[in-house]
Design a protein around this ligand. Structure first.
Ligand code: GLC
Length: 455
């Protein structure tokens, strides 16, 4: 090989190594858009998910039609009986607000296809028999009035529409003759689905979030004509935040994760990622864990598997410490009431939030390593030590330089806590102890938050 060729090859490989992992300008612009759009949402951190629909009548969760392979005729008894006379969106909104939640997302249509909004494209809707009342509109008005941001969940899957095939978890998936004699027209379904989304984005004022659910197998992205759908949505709601379920993402791997035109945040379900989510270039990626309070999304009469307020606080802190949000679900019953037990848990979480919200809103991960006794969240030069686990002795806040600490306080009371460096503290990882007076139990319920204000 000639000397010049070798030099050229070396130069090429050098530039590749430096620039190969750099995002293209278009990606950077899209990433910036996503971060701008989601800024308020990433500060809000805590929202309410509401799964409400005719399935509440069956009281066995929102999948009852699919789980029990019911036909639309067999499901009709729930539609007929569903008459949520106690529905009062203001009560729901107050419950959410008192829990410290900053936004809420309601199921405008779930997989069963029954609409809570007054769609002009179908009669399969509550308003047709609920004195014309539009539950979606009442929800939006009431939550906005309480100062909460509002979102709508919309199922792109539809187990009722005649042009939707018996694919995926469709109730008639095992019925080999389901399609016989039927002239299924997929484009017709898409027209209906896009039309309904258009109704939602045009007729209900400013929506803050649209939460689509969900893609599977080949039913992903362009199968839903997602690019057209998103273009239409953005025309009417340029700032609306979209979840990522219009398409299937690459297995949620940091090696593949990229911001997409089709969605702004990732949606882990019933669990919390091990670590902060980042895109392929290492940039923080917006995410929100959605979680039930018992084991069910839609109302379930016999599901008493409630999570404790302590676990919920733990879960919220866990999410925020990894730069994520928590969308916590309630499933109102057939009368339209949020279950008592849910209200009880939320009210206790709310009492904790009232004293400790400062360690959640606008906070994200800390640069410090995760401590044995709990987790950190951080906002600028304020570090919040969440004392979540039993702990022996004083709180060792590793990684903190004592010289840089301005003041340490107990967040719920504001009272100062003394701190010191110990003769046996590990000098290599920092040596900073907060005097917890050797109390064997956490002084405050669920999570004792200590604020470390840096200079
Ligand atoms: C799943 C379920 C659905 C629920 C949703 C919440 O996709 O199909 O019932 O609404 O998760 O994330």
């Amino acid at each position: 090989m000639k000397k010049t060729t070798v030099i050229v090859l070396i130069l090429i490989s050098f530039f590749n190594s430096v620039y190969a992992d750099q995002p293209a300008a278009a990606y950077i612009a899209r990433y910036k858009d996503v971060m701008t759009r989601t800024a308020w949402w990433r500060d809000a951190r805590f929202g309410m998910f509401i799964h409400f629909g005719a399935y509440a009548q069956a009281g066995r969760g929102e999948w009852v039609k699919s789980n029990e392979h019911k036909t639309t005729d067999q499901y009709q008894c729930y539609i007929d009986a569903f008459n949520p006379t106690d529905f009062d969106a203001r009560q729901w909104a107050r419950t959410a607000k008192a829990a410290g939640m900053k936004y809420a997302v309601l199921t405008a249509k779930h997989h069963d296809g029954f609409c809570l909004f007054d769609s002009k494209l179908t009669d399969y809707k509550l308003s047709a028999k609920f004195n014309g009342r539009d539950v979606v509109r009442e929800f939006l008005d009431a939550f906005r009035a309480e100062g909460l941001k509002v979102g709508l969940y919309y199922s792109i899957i539809d187990w009722h529409h005649p042009d939707y095939p018996n694919v995926g978890n469709h109730p008639q998936r095992d019925d080999k003759n389901y399609l016989t004699g039927k002239n299924i027209n997929w484009d017709n379904y898409l027209k209906y689905m896009h039309g309904q989304v258009e109704e939602l984005v045009r007729n209900y004022g400013k929506l803050d979030i649209l939460w689509f659910d969900y893609s599977f197998d080949d039913y992903s992205g362009e199968k839903w004509k997602a690019t057209d759908l998103v273009r239409m949505i953005r025309k009417y709601q340029p700032d609306v935040i979209l979840d990522n379920r219009l398409e299937i993402h690459g297995g949620s791997s940091a090696k593949q994760r990229q911001v997409s035109y089709l969605g702004d945040f990732e949606t882990p379900e019933q669990g919390i990622p091990e670590t902060e989510l980042v895109d392929v270039y290492g940039n923080p990626f917006p995410w929100e864990t959605c979680m039930t309070l018992n084991g069910s999304w839609g109302y379930s009469e016999m599901d008493k598997n409630w999570k404790s307020p302590q676990l919920i606080v733990n879960c919220l802190v866990n999410c925020v410490s990894k730069n994520g949000n928590l969308l916590l679900n309630v499933g109102p019953d057939a009368r339209g009431t949020i279950p008592e037990k849910s209200k009880e848990i939320l009210s206790e979480v709310g009492q904790w939030m009232a004293k400790n919200g400062e360690s959640i809103y606008g906070c994200g991960p800390s640069t410090l390593p995760k401590p044995d006794w709990g987790r950190y969240t951080q906002k600028g030069n304020q570090i919040f030590a969440h004392w979540l686990n039993t702990n022996l002795g004083d709180i060792n806040a590793k990684g903190i330089d004592p010289e840089k600490v301005k003041m340490v306080t107990m967040l719920p009371s504001g009272s100062e806590l003394s701190s010191y460096t110990s003769w046996w503290g590990n000098q290599d990882t920092g040596n900073f102890f907060i005097n917890a007076s050797n109390v064997p139990q956490m002084p405050y319920l669920y999570d004792t938050v200590i604020k470390i204000q840096l200079k």
